[in-house]
Design a protein around this ligand. Structure first.
Ligand code: OGA
Ligand code: NI
Length: 312
């Protein structure tokens, strides 16, 4: 069976971007429009075994006793480690999840003391997954660059030093799913996010026309989210997607989000290529990625409210 990358989901703000990028992916016969999810599905080429091994290793880690997992406490300065790193949401309820953050790249910036040594294969399996997901990222950014009227490597180079962070999130079962969220509404502080998820539990929802639409898992697929960085670079043509995670009574769920981001010193602003007769001026203020990230990480999760600061 073809492994698929879901390049756009229902109501996904950058659906057009990703839909259009299908033309430049170069494997037309792997492209199909999934009726059920109204998604574009493309072969991403990550071996199923690589995804499977990472999921198994992560499951082993989350099964460990709390005191074992706490040996790798989340460090907000390096954005790595285990914990519940987001600030409390509006009603001060804690999100019903815990997460393990690991830096995929740049490799030399990894804080390996925050990488769990149990199970022993975790490091190598994450490493293998990281190499694969980096390839998909490069290819996808290439496609997006082309549809934005730039050279294939333009977006890749705009990141200057590509940063990739993996967030493995475990959402336990919850007996009050209508009152407790797994993760509050937000858009990602990334250029794009590549998300692998469990095949058999639906938890992720995207905001579409004022309502929350579930993103049903497609086995071995990657969901691609457009993040705030792409929204700014594209001058609002490709909007970041407001999404959240709900809890379920029946089954725990795990997701694996790889956040792609530029170097912290990169100054983000609408790209010249995105200015046209209709949008002659940039619709976003210039902002250094580091400053934007600090602002976002200290806020409660309130959908896309944080973007007001950067919108003209
Ligand atoms: C995130 C996120 C979605 C999920 O980590 O930013 O949106 O399905 N995760 O867990
Ligand atoms: Ni997210």
């Amino acid at each position: 069976m073809a492994i698929a990358v879901v390049l756009a989901t229902v109501g996904f703000g950058g659906r057009r971007a990703v839909w259009e990028s299908r033309r430049t992916w170069g494997e037309e016969d792997e492209v199909r429009n999934s009726v059920e999810s109204r998604s574009v599905v493309i072969n991403h080429g990550i071996p199923t075994g690589t995804i499977h091994r990472m999921k198994t290793a992560a499951a082993e880690f989350f099964k460990l006793p709390a005191q074992e997992k706490k040996k790798y406490p989340y460090d907000p300065n390096v954005l790595e480690g285990y914990g519940t790193p987001y600030p409390l949401s509006e009603n001060e309820s804690v999100d019903w999840s815990s997460a393990l953050f690991l830096r995929l790249s740049p490799i030399q910036q990894r804080k390996l003391e925050l990488w769990p040594t149990t199970p022993p294969e975790l490091k190598d399996t994450v490493e293998a997954y990281s190499a694969e997901v980096a390839k998909v990222n490069k290819k996808l950014l290439g496609c997006l660059s082309l549809i934005m009227g730039m050279e294939r490597n333009a977006l890749f180079e705009l990141h200057e030093e590509m940063s990739m962070l993996l967030r493995v999130t475990y959402y336990p079962t919850c007996c009050m799913p209508d009152q407790v969220l797994g993760l509050g509404p937000h858009s990602d502080a990334s250029s794009i996010t590549l998300l692998a998820q469990d095949d058999d539990v639906t938890g992720l929802q995207v905001l579409h026309d004022g309502g929350w639409v579930p993103v049903k898992p497609i086995p071995n697929a990657l969901v691609v989210n457009i993040g705030d960085v792409m929204e700014i670079w594209s001058n609002g043509r490709y909007k970041s997607i407001d999404h959240r995670v709900v809890t379920t009574v029946e089954k725990a769920r795990t997701s694996y989000a790889s956040f792609v981001a530029p170097h912290k010193d990169v100054v983000m602003e609408p790209l010249e290529q995105m200015l046209d007769a209709q949008h002659r001026h940039g619709m976003y203020h210039k902002v250094k990625y580091e400053n934007y990230l600090k602002y976002v990480l200290h806020r409660k999760l309130e959908g896309k409210a944080h973007m007001a600061k950067y919108t003209i």
